[in-house]
Design a protein around this ligand. Structure first.
Ligand SMILES: C[S@@+](CC[C@H](N)C(=O)[O-])C[C@H]1O[C@@H](n2cnc3c(N)ncnc32)[C@H](O)[C@@H]1O
Length: 215
């Protein structure tokens, strides 16, 4: 299967640092205070995996999944720079929908992952991630904030997001779609929203990390 991130993959994190003034990286680890040593954590569409490495440094048992060999190579470069973890990071080079480890994980992360997909597929994947979470466990989504504020604020939020959306549509063939309200989708799929942390760029909130609990 073609690696959609073969061109842009090596520069992905650098671009996101520049584009977001480093707020995306902060967003990706915003809920790490919930991670306990030896807890089982799954990262879907892990990319370069600064969030997964940070979780492993906290002593968690981390599994990462990604379809892109390019992205996993970058993850491994990141891992090589670190000392040994209590639990080595387990890597699955496959489609998240082909992972079948239901009710296994204390926390499941989907950071800047679900925005790749159409609404129908997003719901299918999020449902799949919820099935991987233990009862009482957490699902974390880090992504763009649903546009809020007055019309001008909303216009600039959508413009800012669309630039990235169109760029990844061209270079990685991601799907074009309307803005997603992740909180609403999480609730609709049965998660209880426990916490939301926001991250600003210039005048308003651009990213958020949402902690949902499986009932
Ligand atoms: C936009 S990147 C985000 C990477 C990372 N989570 C981050 O926050 O920087 C999306 C990642 O999801 C991976 N991906 C796309 N579809 C996937 C699928 N069906 N299963 C697993 N990984 C997938 C891509 O290869 C890419 O590395």
């Amino acid at each position: 299967m073609k690696d959609k991130y073969s061109i842009v993959g090596p520069f992905y994190d650098l671009m996101s640092i520049i584009y977001s003034f480093n707020q995306i990286d902060k967003c990706k680890t915003a809920m790490h205070d919930k991670i306990k040593p030896d807890s089982k954590i799954l990262f879907a569409g892990v990319g370069h995996g600064i969030d997964a490495i940070a979780a492993a440094e906290l002593g968690a048992e981390v599994t990462v999944v990604d379809l892109s060999e390019t992205m996993l190579k970058k993850l491994n470069k990141g891992i090589a720079k670190k000392k040994e973890f209590k639990h080595p990071i387990r890597q699955l080079h496959k489609n998240i929908l082909h992972v079948d480890e239901f009710s296994t994980y204390d926390m499941v992360f989907a950071n800047f992952f679900l925005n790749l997909f159409s609404k129908e597929r997003l719901e299918q994947i999020l449902n799949h991630l919820i099935k991987h979470t233990k009862k009482g466990g957490f699902v974390v989504i880090g992504d763009w904030v649903f546009p809020q504020g007055n019309m001008i604020a909303k216009f600039f939020q959508i413009l800012y997001w669309r630039m990235a959306d169109l760029f990844f549509w061209v270079v990685a063939n991601n799907e074009l779609h309307p803005f997603y309200d992740y909180q609403q989708t999480m609730q609709a799929l049965g998660l209880k929203i426990k916490k939301v942390k926001y991250f600003r760029v210039l005048f308003d909130d651009r990213y958020c990390s949402i902690l949902g609990q499986k009932k």
